[in-house]
Design a protein around this ligand. Structure first.
Ligand SMILES: Cc1cc2nc3c(=O)[nH]c(=O)nc-3n(C[C@H](O)[C@H](O)[C@H](O)COP(=O)(O)OP(=O)(O)OC[C@H]3O[C@@H](n4cnc5c(N)ncnc54)[C@H](O)[C@@H]3O)c2cc1C
Length: 417
């Protein structure tokens, strides 16, 4: 009886608690933000819901127990993520982006760095924000490519006991904070040795507030995630003490790759959640609407088949993602591979299934009064972010499979004995 997909009583409680928080609080995000004219105004309008999430302990529950939080693992996060993202993507992404922002410290921080930089996020009041700053204008797909590729262009140069950071980043979740002066903590990917190859020339530096020299250039008016902050900003001689490097100086590439692998399985869950939101709406619509005919459209075979195909795909994405999260928690040999499949499958099927459901609902789905257009706009980000699916296939899955030691059955093996 080892293969058992049943949620434990604690997991079921967590899931139901997340569902009621989404229903009571996150449902308010769309009406509070949709008519506001700028990305910044929409983001600022989410603050009360974000504060409510922190007050309800959701930030503490994302941070794993070994780092002082109450998080029980990626599978527990996945149960929360599905409930949250099925209702709203904006506040949940702001919340989950903290995890990405703190990930380098969890992977490679010293006890003193963890104590200092993670502790401010173990709270049940306020609205703390952390971000991992990798992406730069001009692209980051080749951030770790040797010369003549430019790779990471943001630099950190030693000046006595400090590092001096210069460069521009963009598309970084919440990075400029509520007041434009910076999130509470940025983990910034910098080139620390321009002469060295990327494997020894890139580092991650912690930049806490206050951060004089951080300059907002613009807030991106993104297609979806309309109330999530995605700024473009630069570091003009931003200084941090020498001991703010996370892990070894020059050891950034491994830390960054590991940080993004940790989130890949969760992107599959986000895709599942968006499909779920779209499916629930389309099912209700098909039961209710006759569209001028004699029967509700669900009675038409073509509509029934469309709903069936959507649900089949949703279930496949859900269980692949949950299996990937479980494998990450138990550090199974095939965990990384499964997380990457989950990222690709969950994100790309979300775009396809929501488009199919729009066809099923018909022309009214093209009106923003209905949720499907917004869900599609949100889903379009999933194959593009978190490394981009071109990059996940190329840099990660292809690299895994090119290795002569790659074992295609590893994903069946379960935890090491
Ligand atoms: C909602 C949202 C939140 C985000 N949050 C963050 C964040 O918190 N932190 C962060 O750092 N970033 C963040 N991003 C940015 C995003 O994660 C990355 O920038 C993105 O995944 C990199 O995408 P890319 O591969 O398209 O890069 P690009 O460098 O722009 O590449 C563009 C395209 O060029 C092609 N290409 C480039 N090089 C090659 C090659 N060698 N071989 C084959 N094809 C190639 C591929 O088709 C690729 O898709 C966020 C983005 C969004 C939308």
């Amino acid at each position: 009886m080892a293969l058992d997909f049943t949620l434990s009583p604690a997991q079921r409680r967590l899931q139901l608690e997340a569902r009621s928080f989404a229903r009571d609080v996150l449902r308010e995000v769309r009406p509070a933000t949709r008519d506001l004219p700028t990305p910044l105004a929409r983001f600022l309008a989410t603050r009360p819901m974000y504060e409510a999430a922190v007050a309800a302990g959701w930030l503490r529950r994302l941070i794993p127990q070994p780092f002082g939080g109450e998080g029980g693992g990626i599978l527990d996060m996945a149960l929360v993520a599905e409930e949250f993202f099925a209702v709203d993507v904006n506040v949940p992404l702001t919340l989950f982006a903290n995890l990405l922002g703190l990930m380098p410290l969890m992977i490679a921080g010293t006890p003193a760095q963890r104590e200092r930089f993670i502790a401010p996020f173990l709270v049940t009041s306020g609205a703390p924000l952390a971000a991992l700053c990798n992406t730069e204008p001009g692209g980051s797909a080749n951030y770790a490519t040797p010369a003549p590729g430019a790779g990471v262009r943001t630099t950190a140069v030693r000046d006595g006991e400090t590092w001096v950071i210069n460069g521009t980043k963009q598309w970084i979740s919440s990075a400029t904070g509520w007041d434009g002066a910076g999130a509470d903590l940025l983990c910034v990917v910098c080139r620390t040795d321009p002469a060295a190859p990327p494997a020894s020339g890139i580092s991650v530096l912690c930049v806490p507030r206050p951060m004089p020299g951080l300059v907002v250039e613009r807030y991106i008016d993104s297609l979806g995630h309309r109330a999530h902050l995605l700024p473009r900003f630069r570091f003009d001689d931003v200084r941090v003490p020498r001991d703010h490097v996370v892990g070894p100086v020059g050891g950034g590439v491994q830390i960054i790759d590991a940080s993004f692998t940790g989130t890949a399985a969760l992107v599959g869950v986000m895709g599942t959640a968006l499909m779920r939101g779209a499916f629930d709406f389309a099912l209700d619509f098909a039961r209710r609407e006759r569209r001028g005919g004699p029967v509700p459209i669900i009675e038409h075979q073509a509509v029934g088949y469309g709903l069936a195909d959507a649900k089949t795909t949703l279930e496949a994405a859900r269980w692949l993602s949950l299996k990937a999260c479980h494998a990450m928690d138990t550090q199974e040999p095939g965990a990384v591979e499964l997380a990457l499949h989950s990222k690709i499958f969950g994100s790309e099927t979300a775009v396809r299934v929501i488009t199919d459901l729009m066809r099923l609902v018909g022309i009214d789905s093209y009106d923003h009064e209905l949720p499907l257009g917004g869900l599609l706009q949100d889903a379009l980000a999933l194959p593009l972010f978190d490394g981009g699916n071109m990059g996940v296939r190329r840099r990660q899955l292809h690299t895994l499979m090119r290795d002569p030691a790659f074992d295609p059955q590893a994903s069946l093996d379960g935890p090491a004995a």
